[in-house]
Design a binder for this molecule. Structure first.
Ligand SMILES: *[C@@H]1O[C@H](CO)[C@@H](O)[C@H](O)[C@H]1NC(C)=O
Ligand SMILES: *[C@@H]1O[C@H](CO)[C@@H](O)[C@H](O)[C@H]1NC(C)=O
Ligand SMILES: *[C@@H]1O[C@H](CO)[C@@H](O)[C@H](O)[C@H]1NC(C)=O
Ligand SMILES: *[C@@H]1O[C@H](CO)[C@@H](O)[C@H](O)[C@H]1NC(C)=O
Ligand SMILES: *[C@@H]1O[C@H](CO)[C@@H](O)[C@H](O)[C@H]1NC(C)=O
Ligand SMILES: *[C@@H]1O[C@H](CO)[C@@H](O)[C@H](O)[C@H]1NC(C)=O
Ligand SMILES: *[C@@H]1O[C@H](CO)[C@@H](O)[C@H](O)[C@H]1NC(C)=O
Ligand SMILES: [Zn+2]
Length: 507
């Protein structure tokens, strides 16, 4: 399928027609038009007079002051949501998010026409679980957790039925024989949680309880429901409790159960913002991205305000130079709903557009307060060729500054997934989320996905270093890709190669 890029004005008009009014973005744009005049466009001759981008120099142009000023601006923007949400947030659909989009577009468009700035609208899904509950044999399982994207039970009330042990991993139709009118009890594994919930609904289950097949919390998402497909309400429990009940059921015992979910799952239109240098080799595109949205709980200044700010500042400073290869900056929406914007983008690249992207670099959470310097542990065997060279660029950088770095699993928690799954080399860096810092045993980001992810949740030293590393990556590949592996033409898509879609497990 071909891209359906539209001008931002048109997009805003369309969205307004769809009854989701991005007033914040509109008013911000009006304000900008009257207050400022965009600087004159740079023509080809002016561009050719600029020096070729130089990593040392580009890095030197990144300052604390600029990062701080942008962080303050983003927090102020998140405050546009106060009225509807009761607190600052930049979650998709909120005024805070639309104002973020408006800010990103404005910041890029004012740079002398150095970038071609476009927006890509797409349909995303919002999900909010307001409450959930379940009982088995009249007891609430101790390990009970919600499943993201679960539809509500009818009238948000509990459903009652016998617990039915689904055969095998519950990935085929046969496994659900006789589940009708009962509550499906399904083991995790082999296929996505969403597939299990769809099969349960297809065979008339009242709801589903999914139990883990390995120690630890299940923290899953049912994913975006395909159009016109029914999905059972679902909750999760751990392996210990799951195995206990599965054993009783397999011994022929009858167990009564109930499930209740009060939630909202619904479609919403939002946009990715893409900005590409107007000059540079169009057949060799260096791409990088951060996500523009936050979770509903807070303003998301570290997650991923930090990456958004880093990209904007690098994009601004890059205009002092000329590049050999086109550099394309992406600001994804709906990352927090399961990487929806970046997946939409990667899924809709034509083969010709796909082959021109030499690599994708992901920058999500650059300034966690108790940070570590994390590098995604990509390689050239499991991931497209070039992913390992990119990983080594990051490692060499931290090493050259005498900084410790930590390799972290390349398991699908951020926006690189769509690229890797479509054969495009990728990788990235991060400063840490809910895990503990190995050096001091404290959580890396104490405000991860919370209201307190505000300006005080930023480690300014890590923010500066990581933004300079982003500048280094852009300068290195923007100047030359001669040492970087050529693209292998692959159309292989392994849809389940990653366990996560964002912060939630998918299978
Ligand atoms: C980049 O700039 C630095 C500082 O101006 C200079 O020392 C270096 O030689 C330049 N590198 C290249 C490859 O031109
Ligand atoms: C939104 O709420 C935050 C926190 O209470 C406050 O700091 C900020 O000023 C508010 N912004 C607006 C625009 O109301
Ligand atoms: C700007 O980018 C869009 C999306 O890739 C493309 O369709 C359009 O032709 C580009 N415009 C220019 C002037 O390059
Ligand atoms: C869940 O259901 C049980 C049994 O009906 C009830 O005792 C408990 O209060 C409920 N918990 C919540 C959070 O609704
Ligand atoms: C389904 O129920 C029928 C009738 O009770 C029984 O013969 C059959 O074995 C059951 N199938 C499974 C898979 O439990
Ligand atoms: C790197 O890690 C080692 C071992 O934990 C520690 O002793 C050292 O201080 C760390 N260096 C830096 C620059 O953080
Ligand atoms: C890559 O594969 C696509 C789809 O099969 C094909 O259209 C394209 O021509 C191929 N490109 C190269 C460079 O082989
Ligand atoms: Zn994030």
């Amino acid at each position: 399928m071909k891209f359906d890029f539209l001008t931002s004005t048109l997009v805003l008009a369309n969205i307004a027609n769809a009854a989701i009014l991005p007033q914040a973005a509109l008013s911000l744009e009006n304000e900008i038009e009257t207050m400022e005049t965009y600087l004159g466009l740079l023509g080809p001759s002016e561009i050719s007079e600029l020096p070729l981008v130089n990593s040392t120099e580009l890095q030197a142009l990144i300052t604390h002051e600029a990062l701080f000023a942008r962080a303050e601006k983003l927090y102020e923007i998140a405050g546009h949501s106060n009225k509807s949400y009761g607190h600052p947030t930049r979650v998709i659909g909120s005024k805070g998010h639309w104002a973020t989009i408006g800010y990103i577009e404005h910041e890029l468009k004012k740079l002398h026409g150095y970038y071609n700035v476009t927006t890509q609208p797409f349909k995303a899904f919002m999900s909010e679980i307001f409450s959930f509950n379940a009982t088995i044999d009249d007891e609430v399982p101790k390990s009970l957790v919600e499943m993201d994207m679960s539809p509500p039970t009818p009238k948000k009330a509990p459903v009652y039925g016998e617990l039915f042990l689904v055969s095998n991993s519950g990935c085929t139709d046969d496994d659900y024989a006789n589940v009708t009118g009962k509550i499906a009890f399904v083991k995790r594994g082999e296929c996505a949680f969403g597939d299990k919930a769809q099969l349960a609904a297809k065979y008339g289950a009242l709801a589903a309880i999914i139990y883990n097949n390995e120690p630890g919390e299940i923290r899953g998402t049912l994913g975006v429901p395909p159009e016109g497909v029914k999905v059972a309400s679902a909750v999760g429990i751990n392996k210990e409790e799951g195995d206990k009940y599965a054993k009783l059921l397999s011994e022929g015992q009858t167990l009564k159960a109930s499930v209740q979910v009060d939630s909202y799952v619904g479609p919403i239109t939002t946009v990715n913002v893409i900005a590409e240098t107007n000059h540079g080799d169009p057949d060799n595109v260096v791409m990088l991205g951060a996500h523009s949205d936050s979770v509903a709980a807070g303003p998301g200044i570290n997650d991923d305000g930090s990456g958004t700010i880093s990209l904007l500042e690098v994009a601004k400073q890059l205009t002092n130079y000329r590049v050999e290869n086109k550099v394309r900056f992406a600001f994804w929406a709906a990352e927090e709903e399961g990487l929806l914007g970046s997946n939409y983008y990667a899924d809709n690249l034509t083969p010709g557009e796909n082959e021109k992207i030499r690599l994708f670099m992901d920058y999500d959470m650059m300034a966690s307060p108790n940070y570590e310097y994390e590098v995604y542990d990509a390689n050239n065997v499991d991931n497209p060729k070039g992913s390992e060279e990119l990983k080594n660029l990051y490692i060499d950088y931290y090493t050259s500054l005498g900084l410790n770095y930590t390799l972290i699993p390349f398991d699908g928690r951020s926006d690189y997934v769509g690229f890797i799954e479509h054969g495009i080399p990728g990788g990235g860096i991060a400063a840490g989320a809910e895990k503990d810092n190995a050096e001091n045993g404290e959580v890396l980001d104490r405000c991860y996905h919370q209201l307190c992810d505000d300006i005080s949740n930023i480690a300014w030293d890590a923010f500066l270093i990581n933004t300079q590393l982003i500048a280094h990556s852009v300068a290195t590949y923007g100047a030359s890709l001669k040492d970087f592996p050529v693209r292998v033409n692959t159309t292989d898509v392994n849809a389940l190669s990653f366990a996560y879609r964002g912060d939630k497990l998918i299978f």
